[in-house]
Design a protein around this ligand. Structure first.
Ligand SMILES: NC(=O)c1ccc[n+]([C@@H]2O[C@H](COP(=O)([O-])OP(=O)(O)OC[C@H]3O[C@@H](n4cnc5c(N)ncnc54)[C@H](O)[C@@H]3O)[C@@H](O)[C@H]2O)c1
Length: 350
């Protein structure tokens, strides 16, 4: 394990946080938001799917596995934001053990290290994949949980583990169940390899790095026949993480957050913008924003692809005081396009 780049002097009343997976897409954006809010940040990442250059300046970087968090954590930390995980649905079906080992095994070790060090606040990246095929939309947190792949099952298992840890050992935790995260925050954006998310794939077509986008099914019971998903801007998502931590710490002033999450409590909140957009709407928006043609290829439905997945984010709004403000698809695509043009497609990047 190597440590580099000591964090800048923190502001008074700021917190000190460990961000696992902070060299990845969502973790880097949240780390940047924490630093901008005056907190001190340590990023722990093994760079298995992340990038060293995505770690924000001002964060301390420790290259290592979340399984070794005990070598980093001590009582000086105010909390942990846990992003480190494998998250490719298809890969999880091919190699389920890899997902149980990393996502569940890593989280067991992290919870133990937190207990050992006396660090008692956790924000966890959960996912809409914990619900599987919804019986009703928008999806609320009391919906039936029936994940359809090992990735979703591994995240649901961690949510159960966290609930037990809260009850048994007084941890305070917030699990945030993201729907489709999209957009970028300046130089922090999405670079998965292989890329499985729709917006970056369509942008790669606009950029000339892929020939066409496959449209999997156009006969779903949706307005234009293509699948509908809920896209949430990564900067809105980041703000929810800071609010979640405030709900547990009471914030800089020592006052309680809007939806106080005391020790022993595990709050689970969906994060989505509550608006679904179809595959066709995404492709059309990319054409408008980029000015490039985007050829499409019709393809058969994919097994297990629900017609529509849209979040109810009422609980995050009421309990955390969260207000997503970048809900326009064109703005989400525009920010992602800016990132794609500036930071991807060069040698050494994916
Ligand atoms: N991107 C989405 O749309 C989305 C949706 C729902 C949930 N999530 C969850 O959000 C989190 C972040 O997703 P992302 O899109 O930023 O993925 P990402 O692959 O860009 O980031 C994950 C980071 O974790 C690191 N990592 C993985 N295993 C590790 C380990 N054992 N020890 C240390 N570091 C490790 C990787 O190197 C990478 O930097 C994940 O937990 C994912 O399941 C993402």
């Amino acid at each position: 394990m190597t440590a580099s780049q000591r964090g800048a002097n923190p502001a008074p009343n700021s917190g000190k946080y460990l961000v696992t997976g902070g060299a990845g897409y969502v973790g880097s954006v949240v780390a940047a938001h924490l630093l901008e809010a005056g907190h001190s940040v340590t990023v722990l990442d093994d760079l298995s799917t992340g990038f060293r250059e995505a770690v924000p300046e001002g964060a301390e970087f420790v290259e290592g596995r979340v399984q070794d968090a005990g070598r980093v954590l001590d009582a000086s930390y105010d909390g942990v934001l846990h992003f480190a995980a494998h998250s490719q649905v298809g890969e999880s079906v091919q190699d389920p053990a890899k997902y149980w080992r990393n996502n569940v095994g890593g989280s067991i070790e992290l919870l133990g290290a937190m207990r050992e060090a006396g660090v008692r606040r956790l924000v966890f990246s959960s996912t809409a994949a914990t619900y599987g095929e919804p019986l009703r939309t928008p999806i609320t947190e009391d919906a039936f949980e029936a994940p359809t792949n090992p990735y979703g099952a591994s995240k649901l298992a961690v949510d159960h583990m966290i609930s037990g840890e809260c009850r048994a050992h007084g941890l305070a935790a917030v699990s945030l169940r993201y729907f489709n995260v999209a957009g970028a925050y300046g130089r922090y954006g999405e670079r998965h390899d292989p890329e499985s998310h729709l917006i970056p794939i369509v942008l790669q077509v606009a950029q000339g790095r892929r020939e066409a986008v496959s449209v999997f099914g156009d006969d779903y019971p949706t307005p234009d026949g293509t699948c509908v998903r809920d896209y949430i801007h990564v900067a809105d998502l980041a703000e929810a993480h800071l609010l979640a931590m405030t709900a547990m710490t009471g914030g800089d002033s020592g006052e309680s957050g809007p939806g106080e999450v005391p020790p022993g409590t595990h709050l689970i909140c969906n994060l989505g913008n509550g608006n679904g957009f179809s595959v066709r709407e995404v492709i059309e928006t990319v054409r408008k924003v980029t000015g490039h043609p985007v050829p499409e290829t019709p393809a058969p439905r994919r097994e297990g692809d629900p017609a529509a997945l849209v979040a109810s984010a009422e609980r995050a709004i009421n309990s955390l005081g969260w207000h997503p403000s970048r809900t326009d698809l064109a703005e989400i695509v525009d920010d992602a396009w800016d990132f794609t043009q500036r930071y991807t497609g060069q040698a050494g990047t994916s």
